[in-house]
Write a protein that binds this ligand. Structure first.
Ligand SMILES: [Zn+2]
Length: 297
């Protein structure tokens, strides 16, 4: 089961209809909570997300709208009796802030802190790349390895069944039968989370070929000078990012409070996103993960 829940869509200033940031990706049995801003604990209740569903918390940077919800969420997990390990990923330069936030949370979790000081893999399938913001910031990318889907009729015709199927998958061939003859490629699914950045190579790297890209679009194209000044994306730049990455679905969020109606942001992103499906997220939206890409060969 894979889906994406939006807990909040506000940037620096929340509004009557937009909470600060917070996003939950449910990816098979694992729950990833990204950038929990203030109010995340209560938004989880509204969205029907249980604290037991969170296994990893990923912070892009330590500006308050991306992390001030951390102590509340951690304390709630203790109250709820969460007993599985909980991992927190964050830029190493933000360690003082993270330690302070963790320090005021109720103790008792099996908590593991993972600072990263450069790009690379930080957990199985989870990668970070450096973004361009006013303080050290990293985006995240989750990758499922490509695999193969076995074809039952071909397996039956080749006389392969039971434990021999696993043997064939591991070896690539068995008793004169090649894996390629009885299976088709299954492209892995990919997700990227790009917050608080000016356009940069790291953002492109994260977005490349993903099924679902969540990108900030703090400003409208008309306010590009503000986006440049504060190192954020405009909606059009988020569209550019998705198009260049051949992304399938782009979810916009992290809106400045100056835009009560975000359809203008969606339209500006769409205008530059080519074939990409563009969604302007609202608080408490939940999206199923896009269907798997068809195999190319
Ligand atoms: Zn922000």
């Amino acid at each position: 089961m894979r889906d994406f829940t939006v807990l909040g869509t506000a940037s620096q200033v929340p509004t009557r209809t937009r909470n600060h940031n917070g996003y939950v990706l449910r990816w098979d049995g694992q729950g990833y909570l990204f950038d929990p801003g203030e109010g995340t604990q209560r938004q989880m209740i509204h969205a029907g997300v249980s604290s037991h569903q969170i296994h990893r918390i990923c912070l892009t940077h330590v500006h308050g709208d991306h992390c001030f919800g951390l102590p509340g969420v951690l304390s709630r997990m203790v109250l709820d009796g969460v007993d599985h390990p909980v991992h927190v990923h964050f830029p190493a330069s933000g360690a003082d802030v993270v330690h302070a936030l963790v320090g005021v949370a109720t103790p008792g979790l099996d908590l593991h802190l993972h600072p990263h000081a450069g790009p690379g893999q930080v957990a199985p399938g989870l990668h970070v790349a450096r973004l361009r913001h006013r303080i050290e910031t990293y985006g995240y990318r989750l990758v499922e390895p490509d695999g193969r889907t076995m074809l039952p009729d071909r397996l039956a015709a080749a006389g392969i069944s039971g434990p021999d199927v696993g043997l064939l998958q591991r070896r690539g061939h068995l008793r004169g039968v090649n894996l390629a003859d009885v299976s088709v490629p299954r492209p892995g699914q990919r997700f990227a989370f790009v917050m608080d950045t000016a356009p940069c190579p790291g953002a492109q790297e994260l977005a490349d070929g993903v099924d679902l890209l969540v990108a900030e679009s703090t400003f409208a194209d008309d306010d590009a000078h503000l986006a440049e000044q504060y190192q954020h994306l405009t909606a059009g730049q988020a569209g550019d990012l998705a198009a260049a990455g051949n992304v399938r679905v782009l979810v916009l969020t992290h809106y400045s409070s100056r835009y009560p109606d975000v359809s203008v942001l969606r339209d500006q992103a769409s205008a530059r996103a080519g074939d990409v499906r563009v969604i302007a997220a609202e608080d408490l939206d939940r999206f199923p993960f896009p269907r798997r890409r068809p195999a190319t060969s």
